[in-house]
Design a protein around this ligand. Structure first.
Ligand code: 0O2
Length: 250
């Protein structure tokens, strides 16, 4: 893995305040996007790219469930970014509000979230996806090895996947987030805090501190659960070895 593909924790400090788009302008942009045929087509293309990535993850899960008698993936969710979030991101990056700007510069319009039971499953799924030769790995952000200062943990991959449309093959970018059930549970509560309006700063800081405390406990629990999993796998392996050693006397 290239050094540059790992996001350095210092770059993720919360104090980096980004410009916030004015509500009226946001509504106008959203309406403009929704009326545009080109925008609708682009969103359809991203939805198709999501389907391709989901299928790849489902195939790996099916294969591993037959081979190892357990599902490494407990669930998969996906979404295309809302027009207002796309507009917000373009504005923050000082980019024009065009389909071309979106497709060239935004990597998370299509998002797939893969939820695993164990940390090792995250890395196994990520490696199995990365080695598929039709999938181009563009960027990795390992927020498990390098958690964000607020405690956020997840493994992010930006990939480019070819999708075959009537006009030909189009490479499409998809953001894949892979995390454990516990990390996902934490992230959904943290997400609520992020978007909570009318919360005073003192309370926000107190909740953020509690969330950070929980994130560390969750990481520790994930680690212990992984060790138990490995012990149980060891027991299973031993059992099947013992069975294969049975000598049938005639
Ligand atoms: P939403 O609503 O989930 O779409 P980039 O410009 O792409 O390099 P970006 O987008 O900040 O920078 O990339 P990063 O850090 O990989 O984050 C992308 C997504 O990860 C976010 O999308 C969230 O889904 C998730 N994420 C990142 N940090 C946090 C966090 O601290 N808490 C939670 N709950 N989720 C996080 P969006 O667009 O912010 O939101």
């Amino acid at each position: 893995m290239n050094e540059e593909t790992i996001l350095l924790p210092s770059l993720r400090e919360k104090e980096v305040e980004l410009p916030v788009i004015n509500e009226d302008l946001l509504e106008q942009l959203k309406a403009m996007m929704l009326q545009s045929q080109q925008f609708q087509e682009m969103m359809m293309m991203y939805k198709c790219a999501i389907r391709e990535v989901r299928t790849k993850a489902e195939v790996l899960n099916d294969e591993m469930s037959v081979r190892y008698h357990r599902n490494p993936i407990s669930s998969i969710t996906s979404r295309v970014k809302k027009p207002e979030s796309i507009a917000q991101k373009l504005y923050k990056k000082n980019l024009p509000f065009t389909v071309e700007a979106i497709m060239t510069n935004l990597s998370d319009v299509a998002g797939v979230r893969i939820i695993c039971e164990f940390i090792d499953d995250i890395y196994a799924i990520a490696a199995m996806l990365a080695m598929q030769d039709d999938l181009r790995l563009i960027k990795i952000k390992d927020y498990i090895k390098y958690p964000k200062p607020n405690g956020y943990r997840s493994y992010h991959m930006i990939v480019e996947i070819p999708v075959f449309f009537s006009k030909g093959k189009t490479p499409m970018r998809v953001e894949i987030q892979i995390r454990t059930i516990a990390m996902d549970f934490w992230a959904s509560l943290d997400h609520e805090l992020k978007y909570k309006k009318n919360i005073d700063q003192e309370e926000e800081e107190a909740i953020a501190a509690e969330l950070l405390f929980c994130a560390d406990r969750i990481a520790e629990t994930d680690r212990i659960m992984q060790q138990i999993r490995m012990k149980l796998d060891g027991v299973e392996e031993k059992k099947s070895e013992d069975k294969s050693e049975i000598i049938i006397e005639g």
